[in-house]
Design a protein around this ligand. Structure first.
Ligand code: KG4
Ligand code: ZN
Length: 353
């Protein structure tokens, strides 16, 4: 049924997000409250601090999502919420909120896997996208290549053996003294535009491993060494360095990005080969997760996909980074298949604000 209206709640990492989505894919509202200022202050996600920030933000974020959609809780068909993977203290804030709404308004509740949501949101933006498809999911904590056979049926072709690509972007940004008031990825991408991507000879990870796994820890170390050997002091913000220092930082950013993306290209080439052996009818590569907002990532993978006569599906940046829409949409897909839980019992109706 397409008259479904689902609220999605996402609190797995450092963003508190909520959205309301219709069964036909119409996004009625989308709200994200980021903890970027906390990240700058503490230089990373501190779970206790993040939990605190989610607790502060969750009620107003959900309220705003409903208000923007011009709806109240009683108009909803169900509530979807991320239940993992993520920081458990943070996940709990979202889950408790979802349970309160579900019990108070007698709504079914759908527990959503964060990475599945990153993959499935591609089916919201590209209605043509049928199972099976291949997906590359790239974020701060994950680097996954999966074959999506059907809803809830996935084969993992590869994962990272150490860090995810987003983590490498974030550390590179920090060491280059970039403005971290957003996440590091966009800052590196922007600076890379000024640099020469061939100037620093970083080696591509795992060349000798003929599989679909990833590794970014070694590239991170190469970047750190290059920064040290050029006497770049990341504690001095890029806004206040000489133009020579700036251009040498830009060269590192561009060279890092080139090799980081080259590693994705090589793995995707092989993954396409492997995936077509298991599912010959695959026509699409989905690329999603925060790092999929990167223009070089999108352009280079588009080349790989075209060469193999497939099509690239890459959600717009606001749906690549963590958001409530992907959770609501994955809720809708599961709800349609009868995969949901009944409303939780009301323990304390007064508790709901
Ligand atoms: O999916 P996401 O929002 O959160 C996680 O589930 O981790 O991904 C966040 C990651 C961060 O590491 C961030 O630096 C990276 O995505 N990112 C980017 C870009 N935008 C976000 N990396 C490279 N280029 C970008 N434009
Ligand atoms: Zn994510």
């Amino acid at each position: 049924k397409d008259d479904l209206i689902v609220l999605g709640i996402e609190t797995s990492c450092d963003d508190t997000a909520a959205a309301v989505v219709r069964g036909n894919g119409e996004i009625l509202s989308q709200v994200v409250s980021s903890q970027a200022d906390l990240l700058v202050q503490y230089g990373g996600v501190a779970p206790k601090m993040a939990e605190e920030a989610h607790s502060q933000a969750i009620d107003p974020v959900v309220r705003e999502a409903l208000d923007k959609a011009k709806l109240t809780e009683s108009d909803l068909s169900a509530v979807a919420v991320t239940i993992g993977p993520g920081l458990s203290l943070c996940l709990r804030v979202g889950v408790q909120k979802a349970r309160k709404i579900a019990s108070r308004f007698n709504l079914p509740i759908i527990g959503v896997h964060h990475m599945e949501a990153h993959a499935l949101v591609a089916r919201l933006i590209e209605q043509e996208l049928q199972f099976p498809f291949l997906a590359l999911l790239i974020s701060g904590g994950h680097n996954l290549l999966i074959v999506a056979h059907n809803l809830g049926q996935y084969t993992q072709l590869g994962t990272t053996i150490d860090d995810a690509i987003g983590e490498a972007f974030d550390k590179t940004a920090k060491w280059l003294g970039l403005d971290m008031s957003r996440s590091g990825g966009p800052a590196v991408e922007e600076l890379a535009l000024e640099g020469d991507a061939e100037s620093v000879k970083f080696s591509t990870p795992m060349k000798q491993h003929k599989d679909c796994n990833f590794s970014y820890a070694g590239l991170k170390t190469q970047v750190r060494l290059a920064i040290e050997s050029r006497n770049i002091d990341g504690k001095i913000p890029i806004s206040s360095v000489s133009s020579q220092d700036r251009s040498s930082r830009a060269d590192i950013a561009a060279s890092f990005q080139r090799v980081a993306v080259l590693h994705l290209e090589e793995r995707c080439e092989r993954a396409i080969e492997w995936a077509l052996k298991i599912e010959p009818s695959i026509k699409h590569l989905v690329v999603s997760g925060g790092v999929a907002s990167n223009k070089t990532v999108r352009a280079r993978l588009d080349q790989v996909v075209k060469k193999n006569n497939l099509q690239l599906v890459c959600p717009p940046p606001s749906l690549c980074t963590d958001n409530g829409v992907m959770v609501a949409w994955t809720g809708i897909e599961n709800f349609r298949m009868g995969r949901y839980d009944p409303p939780p019992p009301v323990d304390d109706p007064e508790d709901y604000l």
